[in-house]
Design a protein around this ligand. Structure first.
Ligand code: ADP
Ligand code: MG
Length: 326
């Protein structure tokens, strides 16, 4: 790649990064044809991959320090959703040019998020082309304890790990349609660029949650995946949704809509038998009860009086509609 050269680039910015340092669980890191991971007996390997494309998942010419954090966080969120303990990740990076300042900032951002997530950089691939970032994450969890989407049962409660809608409310700021003003907008931008994967919550949910996923395509749409996989109906109670002050200030009367259907939240949504609530509270990880599981199919939205206020024309994937499809 350009003046720097592919192997010098890998050595300088990635193999030398703090997040590529040796650690338990990684038997062999960057430098050979494969990395080798060590899994204790009885543990399963959890694997997920996530690609971010310039102009699709983020605007052209983004801040590389933030882009790296967002790319790794989006992938790590899937480990959280499965209840996996983080192990390592690979980075397949396609770059238009090898610019040292850009690479230095990108590697720094990667280190920040890797440290926050306790993930080691164990390998990757470096090519020239339009900016594209693929991260594959590896985690471990005891056999039989993965948090699947398919275990929700009627009578369970529907919960989320934090407020939704803030990343979607940041979009006009990210796209430059509006200038950021004050702490509220800074909070929205942080939610978009540096989401914090809920890894501690995911691991605390092992043996407690009946189903879980991470919300990336909008709360209602993603709840539809649990409903479909579990063969149940999910009811979201609108007044129970935590709407942050920053979201309300930026989105006004659209705040609820963004909380329900905005994307890029990267918080967990999960179902829980009522008797498991106190055990999860003891674990000390915050969460919000926002609805319940019923027999049936699809996802419904209720107001405070129990009236159905499900949006008629949804556009949401897997949204319970007239055809009864979950
Ligand atoms: P191969 O030709 O066997 O695919 P490469 O020459 O592409 O290997 O990469 C050499 C080593 O550097 C490998 O261990 C690979 O995993 C690692 N690597 C390549 N690109 C990156 C990157 N962007 N980040 C981290 N490791 C990388
Ligand atoms: Mg090879």
């Amino acid at each position: 790649m350009a003046a720097l050269g592919e192997f010098a680039l890998i050595r300088q910015y990635f193999a030398a990064a703090a997040c590529a340092a040796p650690r338990p669980g990684v038997a062999l890191g960057i430098g050979d044809d494969c990395a080798l991971l060590h899994l204790p007996p009885g543990e399963r390997l959890a694997v997920s991959t996530d690609t971010q494309v310039a102009g699709v998942h983020f605007p052209h010419d983004p801040d590389p320090f933030l882009l790296a954090q967002r790319s790794l966080a989006a992938a790590a969120s899937d480990l959280a959703a499965m209840g996996a303990a983080p192990l390592g990740f690979t980075l397949a990076l396609t770059l238009p040019a090898a610019e040292p300042a850009w690479l230095e900032a990108f590697a720094r951002g990667l280190d920040v998020m890797a440290r926050a997530c306790r993930l080691s950089l164990i390998g990757g691939d470096t090519t020239r082309g339009p900016l594209n970032i693929n991260v594959t994450v590896f985690g471990s969890l005891p056999a039989g304890q993965a948090l699947l989407r398919s275990g929700a049962r009627p009578g369970d409660l529907l919960c989320i790990g934090g407020p939704t809608g803030e990343a979607a409310a940041a979009l006009p700021l990210v796209l430059g349609a509006r200038a950021a003003v004050g702490a509220g907008d800074a909070q929205l931008l942080a939610r978009y660029w540096t989401p914090q994967p809920q890894l501690a919550l995911g691991q605390a949910l092992r043996g407690l949650a009946s189903a879980a996923l991470d919300v990336s395509d909008g709360l209602l749409a993603d709840c539809g995946h649990i409903a479909a996989a579990s063969g149940v109906r999910l009811v979201v109670e609108a007044p129970r949704l935590p709407l942050s002050a920053a979201l309300r200030a930026a989105a006004g009367d659209q705040a609820l809509t963004l909380a329900l259907s905005g994307g890029d939240d990267y918080v967990l949504a999960f179902t829980l038998a009522p008797h498991a609530v106190s055990a999860l509270q003891v674990a000390g990880v915050p969460f919000h009860i926002v609805g319940r599981v019923e027999t049936g199919s699809g996802v419904a939205l209720h107001d405070g009086a129990g009236r159905d206020i499900t949006p008629a024309s949804s556009g949401y994937q897997h949204f319970g509609g007239a055809d009864g499809q979950a």
